[in-house]
Structures are given as structure tokens and as C-alpha cells.
Design a protein around this ligand. Structure first.
Ligand code: ADP
Ligand code: MG
Length: 338
């Protein structure tokens, strides 16, 4: 799906953290290999050790035992300060400095690294464009309090990307956003991820967000143990145990429909017998919609199929049956990729 070209692997090797005075570890002999350029979501119940796992990587928290490697190097091979310059970190509520302008917030790490002013200005403008804040002159002089939550979040992402770090850590970065802004910022971030391909560890407690964003999902259980690690489709179709199945919820089957777009299963008009008169009452859907979204449209229209459009032209149609029991890839019917 995603072309991975840049970035560096992250390896947790029996990584363990026991906070002082705690009876049990917050993260317990945790093994995980995140490939270069991959976006891995850490999900699990509150208190399951997700934030601890992330903060061990940039050494905001120190390991009790075990190791974490970035590429071939242990995170302890350099000072914590040097390490953090190679890791972008974005958190909920954006974490922007309130008394710095947008420009100065984004420039924080490049300035520490001693970049020339001209280079910092060019990079800041490029990043604001990338996160969808243009014209950049409008945003550069503003302070965080003069931005909406979604705009602050975008600036937070730009700041984390500023020095072009090979690794990104994101801790519930979109958790405070309303649903509509959240979808917009998720889409923006996915587009950036596809373009720049940084190795990303992304914490969320929202399983739907993980299914949408992740190449692979790591599910943690209480006590900081790894319950399952796999691609979204794999986790949804074969949960490793009862804990995972319960965490994914009763709508596991419906959630799987969010992994495929209508464009991937659409059939050209006239390819099939019976397509004609009865489709006149069918609602329109966009090829980029997921099967789950299209199913919702079809259900609301009390129809038994939908007409699929892309860029204003009719691509074909999908029946209710196609939507709820899509053909698996490679089963012989021609799909149209969007
Ligand atoms: N700084 C800390 N000191 C002591 N205990 C902590 C600290 N941070 C987290 N914990 C404990 O470690 C466990 C895991 O927490 P955390 O990593 O924040 O989980 P999550 O992000 O999955 O909600 C919890 O039991 C929490 O109370
Ligand atoms: Mg947390």
C-alpha cells in the first residue's frame, strides 16, 4: 500500500519499565520490531503502557531493563539530548509554546541545531504548506491561542517534522479534536506519511483510528504486555485471544469493511446480468468511500446497491451483497483502484 523509502527501524528488545515504588511493570519484556518507514499504531486500554512505551524511545522515561534500538544503535549510545534531535514528538493538545509564534514554534529544533535563518524560513514555509496551512504569511506570526484546535495540531505536526527526523512518536495527537476536524487532520497526516515515509509510532485508544492509519497494529494489554501485532485486516479477522476480540468489539466484521474502498470492488455498468432498471433508485457513492461508509448510504436509502462515481463520472455499481461480502483480492473479478 505505502511505498517505504526513508526512515529507520525501531526495535524493542524485552523493553521493561517498572516505575519507582510500583509493584508491577508498566511495560513488561516488550518485544516489537517496527520497520523503516512503517506506521505502527499502539492501542490498548488506559494504563496499558502505551505512553510509557513511547517515552522510553526518546528517553523521557528510562528503561529498567532490556533495550530499544533505532536502526543498529541502542538509544543509550548517545545522550538523551542528541537522541531527541533525531526524533519528532507530537502529543495531545499539540504542546506548542504559548509565548512563541507559529514560526518560532516550528523553528525550535532547527534553531537549536544552528541552521541558518534563511534555511529555517524556507523549511517553516514548506512545512506549513505540507500540513495545509496556507498562505503561510497568514499563520507565521500568530500565537497558539489565535488558532483552532485543529490548526494547533497541524502546527504541532509541522514542528515535530521540522528537522526532518527519521523517527516520529505521536501520543494520541488527535485525541482532543472534534470528529470532523479529526478526520481532516488524520487524512492530512496520512498524506504526509505517504509522501515522506517516516518510521512512526502512533498511540491511540481509538481502534477505528488505528485501523485507518496503521500499516500494523500493536495491541497492549494491562500490565504492559503485547497481546497481538499484525496488519489491521489480520488482527480483525484473527484476534489472538479473547482480550483482543473484546477490545476490537462486536463490530469487528463491520470494521473490516473500513479497510476496502468502493473503488476497489466496483464493477463496470453492463458487466453483469440484471443491472439496469432496478438500479434507478440506487444512491450515489464516491469511489473513495470505504465499504462501511457506502453500506451506511445504501442502508439509509433502503436500496440494495449504489452507483459509484469518481471525479464526476460514473464508474459502475455495487450491490448490497458486494458491499457486505466483498471479493478477496485476486479472486478474478477486475477491481478499479482509486
Ligand atoms: N511517571 C509515572 N510514575 C509512576 N507510574 C506511572 C508513571 N507514568 C505512568 N505510570 C503508570 O504506568 C502504567 C502505564 O501508564 P501509561 O504508560 O501512561 O499507559 P497508557 O498510555 O496506555 O494509558 C499505569 O499504571 C500508570 O499509572
Ligand atoms: Mg497514554
Amino acid at each position: 500500500m505505502t511505498q517505504h523509502s526513508t526512515g529507520t527501524s525501531i526495535t524493542f528488545d524485552r523493553a521493561t519499565k517498572t516505575y519507582p515504588g510500583a509493584a508491577a511493570p508498566a511495560l513488561d519484556a516488550f518485544d516489537l520490531e517496527v520497520e523503516a518507514g512503517e506506521l505502527v499504531c499502539l492501542v490498548g486500554p488506559s494504563g496499558g503502557g502505551k505512553t510509557t512505551a513511547l517515552q522510553l524511545v526518546n528517553r523521557l522515561v528510562d528503561l529498567t531493563s532490556g533495550d530499544i534500538r533505532i536502526g543498529d544503535h541502542s538509544i543509550t549510545d548517545q545522550s538523551a539530548i542528541e537522541l531527541r534531535r533525531t526524533i519528532g514528538y507530537a502529543i495531545q493538545q499539540s504542546g506548542l509554546f504559548p509565548h512563541y509564534t507559529v514560526a518560532d514554534n516550528i523553528a525550535t529544533v532547527p534553531a537549536i541545531l544552528g541552521w541558518e535563518k534563511k534555511r529555517i524560513r524556507a523549511r517553516t514555509a514548506e512545512l506549513l504548506e505540507l500540513v495545509g496551512l496556507s498562505p503561510v504569511e497568514t499563520w507565521l506570526p500568530r500565537y497558539p491561542a489565535q488558532l483552532s484546535g485543529g490548526q494547533q495540531q497541524r502546527v504541532g505536526i509541522a514542528r515535530a517534522l521540522a528537522a526532518d527526523p527519521p523517527v516520529m512518536l505521536m501520543d494520541e495527537p488527535f485525541g482532543a479534536l472534534d470528529p470532523i476536524t479529526r478526520v481532516a487532520v488524520q487524512d492530512e497526516f496520512l498524506a504526509i506519511h505517504r509522501a515522506v515515509g517516516k518510521t512512526t509510532l502512533f498511540v491511540t485508544h481509538d481502534i477505528d483510528e488505528a485501523i485507518k492509519m496503521a500499516d500494523r497494529i500493536a495491541i497492549l494489554k494491562p500490565g504492559g504486555k503485547l497481546a497481538q501485532f499484525g496488519a489491521p485486516a489480520e488482527v480483525l479477522s484473527s484476534p489472538a485471544d479473547d482480550f483482543v476480540a473484546e477490545f476490537l468489539g462486536a463490530e469487528r466484521g463491520l470494521k473490516r469493511l473500513a479497510l476496502t474502498t468502493v473503488g476497489e470492488i466496483v464493477f463496470g455498468s453492463g458487466d453483469r446480468a440484471g443491472s439496469g432498471a432496478e438500479t434507478t433508485q440506487w444512491p450515489d457513492v464516491e469511489a473513495t468511500m470505504t465499504l462501511r461508509e457506502a453500506l451506511s448510504v445504501v442502508s439509509a436509502a433502503r436500496a440494495d446497491g449504489a452507483i459509484v462515481h469518481s471525479a464526476g463520472s460514473r464508474l459502475g455499481e455495487v450491490s448490497l451483497h458486494d458491499l457486505i461480502a466483498p471479493p478477496a483480492a485476486g479472486e478474478g473479478r477486475e477491481g478499479v483502484r482509486t
